[in-house]
Design a protein around this ligand. Sequence first.
Ligand code: T3D
Length: 264
Amino acid sequence: MSEATVLIEQTGTVRILRLNRPAALNALTTAMHGELMAALNDAADDPHTRCLLLTGNGRGFCAGQDLADPAMTATDGQAADVGAVVLRFYKPLVQRLRSLPVPVVCAVNGVAAGAGANIALHCDIVLAARSASFIQAFAKIGLVPDAGGTWLLPRLVGRAQAIGLAMLGDKLPGADAERLGLIWRCVDDAALADEALAVAQRLADLPTRALVETRLAIDASQQLSMDDALSEEARLQGQLGRSHDFREGVAAFSAKRKPVFKDR
Ligand code: T3D
C-alpha cells in the first residue's frame, strides 16, 4: 500500500495535517489533493477539533502543483488543461480552507512555492521558519498566480509588492515575509513546531465561533462600506451575544477564573 500523502495527528483539540511527499517537497498530486480535501472535511466534521495546524514533512512545506503528475501531462499532442486542474482542485481547496469552522494555523517549515505558497497564505495565522521561503513560481512556467494568489497578494501586501513578487518570482525568505506583512511571524527553525502548536492550542481554547466569524467578517469587509461593516458587526454581535461562549466569557471574567469555551 502506498504511504499516506497527508499525515493526520491529533494533539488534544488541535488537528495536525502534515503534507507528506518530502522527496518532491510535498508537491501536490491528484491523489494528494484527494487526501488533503478528505482530511480537511474530516477536521471540519469532528466536534472535538477546535483548531487545525497545517505543515509539511521534510525540508519543504509545499512546492505547489506536482508538475510531473499525469493531470499536468499533455496527451496525444494536446496541451494539458491547466484551467481544469485549477477548477477541479485549487478552487475547492481554497474555499474549503477559508470556510473551515475552526481557526487554521500554518507552520511553513521550508520552501512554499506556487500554489503551495498561496495555500499557506490563506491560513488564518501563518508562522514560517527562518530558513523557509515563499516563491510565486507561476510566471517562470508561464502562468498567473493561482490558488487565490491574484486576490490574496494585493490584500496582504499591496499592489506594488504583489506585482513584484508575482512577476519576478523571487525567493522571499521568512523574515522578509514577516517584514512585508505577508505572514504573522518568522521564528527560528528549531522553535517553529513548538511555537505553531502553542498558537494553535491558544486558538483552540478561545471561542471558536467568534474566531471563525472574525475571519469571515474581515474577509467580507473588503467589499463593504464602513456603514455596512458597522451594521454587519452589530448583526454578528447579536448572534454571538446569545451564545454559550459569550455568557461563559463574561461569567469567567466576573469570577476571575479561566473560561471554558465549548461552542463550535
Ligand atoms: O495545473 C496546474 O499547474 C495548475 C496549478 C498550478 C499551481 C502551481 O503550483 S504552479 C507552480 C508549480 N510549482 C513550481 O513551479 C515550483 C517548482 N519547483 C521549484 O521551483 C523548486 O523545486 C523549488 C524552488 C521549490 C525548490 O528548489 P530546490 O533547489 O530547493 O529543490 P529541487 O532540487 O528543485 O527539488 C527537490 C525535488 O523536488 C526534485 O526532485 P529530484 O530531482 O530530487 O527527484 C524536484 O524535481 C522535486 N520538485 C520540486 N518541485 C516540484 C517537484 N516535483 C514535481 N513538481 C513540483 N512542483
